[in-house]
Structure formats: C-alpha cells, structure tokens
Design a binder for this molecule. Structure first.
Ligand SMILES: Cc1ncc(COP(=O)(O)O)c(C=O)c1O
Length: 399
C-alpha cells in the first residue's frame, strides 16, 4: 500500500459485521417483496415498553435535553445504573465508575481502546460475538482464540485459560449468557474463572448484556459480585438493548475502576460526546423501573427457544444444544454439509446460509462469523408464527 491508498490499512482490515450484513440482506429482500424469514438479527420483536417511550416524549419537550450534557452521561442515569447494578447483580459501584455509551457495542470499542497497548493479548473464547475480535484488533491487541465445543457446553475452563496465558496476556473476554451460543456459566465456574484472573493479575471484560435472559434453572452470575477482589481489574459491559427491547435507542454503558472510566470518558469526549439526552432519559426510565415487561419477554423467549430447539433437533444431520440464555440457538449443520442442496454442492455453513437465503428465503448467520465453521446462529427473538414458518422451510429444504 502507498500513501495514495484511499482507506487506511487499519480501517481496510475491518470485516463487515456479518450479523448486520445478513440482516440488511434479509431486510432488502423483504422490502423487494420477498417473503424472507430473518433469524439473523439479535433483536427482540417487542416494542419498547410504553412507560419508557413516554419518558422519551416528555424529555423531548424539556429544552435542557436539547443541549450538550456531560460526556460520561446524565448524572441521574449514572446513579440509576449504579443502583440497578447493585439490585440485579449484587455488585456495588458508585456513579463515577459508570460511563454511558452509544450502545453496548460502543462500550466494547471504548473498553479495548482504553485497556490495550499494541501486542497485549486478549483471551477470547470461541464461538465469540463477531464484534470482539475487530474491536481488539482496532486497539492493536492480539486475540488468542480458545475454542470450545457443544460437548463442553461451549464453556471455557480454567485449565484452558491457564494453558493459553503468557506474559503478554492482559485481558479475558467473558460473556454469559453468550451470544452466539446461548450458554450460561454456572456460578461455581464464574467464581473459579474470576479467582484465576485475580491470582494472575488478568483483567476481565465481562459482557452482561443478556443478564436478564436465562431459562429454566440457569442463573446469571456477575463475576465481580462473586469475586470482589476482581473489581480493580474488571470492566462490566451492559446496555438497555436486549433487556428492554431498545436496540434502536443506542444506550449502553461500561463500569470499571475510576481511572479507566476517566480515561475512556476522555476518549469519548473526542468522538461522540454525550449520548443523545432523549435516549438517556428513556434508558433512565428503563433501568429505574420494574422488571415486569422483562419477565414477560423472557417467558416468550424461553418458549420460543424450546420450540426452535425441538424443531431443529428433529432435522437429520442437525445437532442443536438447548439454549440456556440470550435468544439464540447455535446448531451444528456439519451433518448436512457436503451434500447437493438446491442444485449446488454445499460444503460450508457460509454456502449453506447463502443457498438458504436465496432459495428457501430464510436468513441465518453462518458460524464462520463467530469463529465456529459448521455451526450457524439462529435468533429466536422473532414472532412465533415466523419462527415456525422459517424452521419449517429449512426442514423442507434439507429434506
Ligand atoms: C454480547 C453482546 N454484547 C453487546 C451487544 C451490543 O448491543 P448494543 O450495541 O445494541 O447495545 C450485543 C448485541 O448484539 C451482544 O450480543
């Protein structure tokens, strides 16, 4: 490359978000009149609860919300997030440990920019959410991928972490409930991993965005709550998108030690400044309200997850672990690869996703996007009828 390159090497190396790309393709086909069923986006189909929308309407009318506000977030919202974290996770923090960001994704970006120097290694259990490796690379970090399998419940072990640890290891990325696998770590495993991190001075970036979406006996455990000594080297990522059906409002946050939050706030002060005040007021209503709407949505997701799991498990060659949390099934399609499907040989899940979209009009995200070829991610955050119709089409197509 020369200085004439139109796009910098750093930015040219970023892969497009596979999940958003699949969703965009599905939505474009839908707009063109094609009856596409989209299992691509991790987006609840419910509208945002009314009291949250009302708070935003009210906020629009107040001129104070028409102005710049503090970069780190409205003081009321930072306090409410600290209170909500104590309420939901049992993790006590103060408002100055909270930075309000433009969605959870922005919190991921800010966190790695703030923590990593070139060459720092980040332990990244796979299958991983597609944004993590890009955010790590953009910060000059080096991802160290730790594969997990359906047999081990898609959970990494302390032995695996220890085997991957080097003198350059700075951070472990931890997410439970997991996107894309739907796996939930039991409390004793969360604690064991937290203790290992403290013992070796490893930072933990723990993504808690699906904290309220766990099914049956599976429970969410916040790592710094069960291992308080971790707080000095821990960043919690969270947001309103998944819990309150607020994907479009773009409010997330990071919680960490005050020096890290201060540094991340400086970064944000030169990029996005404050998150839109109206969206912050909506988020304030969300996190300080009760969890009634959340419970209703969780019950619906639990029901749909069981239905999708049962339908997929009935397809010869498809193996689908039962989702424990979040709103994704992560089936293996390895048993159907290598076959002739829809008039073409399909050898990878990338090709399978392509042919399914073209011919069966069903959008799934191929496992390649998550470091797990042979698998695919299918969101069950869509309506019951669409879910049945979409999986039915896959059944027919593979038959
Ligand atoms: C694990 C995980 N973290 C963070 C996010 C970010 O959510 P948002 O940027 O919509 O708040 C997502 C969204 O898909 C996610 O799945």
């Amino acid at each position: 490359m020369t200085r004439d390159s139109r796009v910098s090497r750093r930015i040219a190396s970023i892969a497009e978000s596979a999940t958003l790309a699949v969703d965009a393709k599905a939505k474009a086909l839908q707009a063109a009149g094609e009856p596409v069923v989209g299992f691509g986006a991790g987006e609840p189909d419910f509208p945002t609860p009314q009291h949250i929308v009302d708070a935003a309407i009210e906020a629009c009318r107040n001129p104070a919300n028409h102005r710049y506000s503090p970069t780190a977030g409205l003081p009321d919202l930072r306090r409410a997030i600290a209170d909500k974290t104590a309420r939901d996770s049992g993790y006590g923090v103060i408002p100055s440990q909270v930075l309000v960001t433009n969605g959870g994704k922005h919190a991921v970006y800010n966190t790695f920019q703030t923590l990593l120097d070139p060459g720092d290694e980040v332990l990244l259990p796979a299958p991983y959410w597609t944004t993590y490796p890009e955010a790590i690379a953009l910060a000059g970090g080096q991802e160290i991928v730790l594969p997990t399998t359906a047999e081990s419940g898609f959970r990494v072990t302390v032995d695996q972490l220890e085997a991957a640890r080097t003198s350059n290891t700075k951070v472990l990325l931890f997410v439970s409930p997991s996107n894309p696998t739907g796996a939930v770590y039991p409390p004793d495993e969360v604690e064991a991993i937290g203790r290992w991190a403290v013992e070796h001075g490893i930072w933990v970036v723990t993504d808690e965005i699906y904290e309220h979406l766990t099914f049956d006996d599976h429970v969410f455990t916040s790592m710094p709550a069960v291992v308080p000594a971790l707080a000095e080297r821990c960043v919690v990522l969270n947001g309103v998108a998944k819990t309150y059906a607020m994907t479009g409002w773009r409010v997330g946050w990071m919680i960490g030690p005050e020096d890290v939050i201060g540094a991340a706030t400086n970064l944000q002060s030169h990029s996005t400044s404050n998150v839109g005040n109206v969206a912050q007021r909506a988020a304030l209503a969300a996190v300080s309200g009760d969890l009634e709407a959340v419970a209703m949505m969780r019950d619906a997701f639990a029901r749909r997850g069981k239905k999708m799991h049962a339908l997929l498990s009935g397809i010869p060659g498809v193996v689908c672990p039962e989702p424990e949390g979040a709103f994704y099934c992560f089936p293996s399609f390895e048993g159907v690869l290598g076959r002739e499907l829809g008039g073409r040989k399909v050898s990878t899940t990338l090709e399978l996703a392509d042919v399914l979209l073209e011919q069966a009009k069903v959008a799934i995200v191929p496992g390649e996007a998550f470091g797990a070829p042979g698998y695919a991610r299918m969101s069950f955050a869509l309506g019951d009828d669409d879910l049945g119709e979409g999986v039915g089409r896959i059944v027919d197509f593979l038959a």
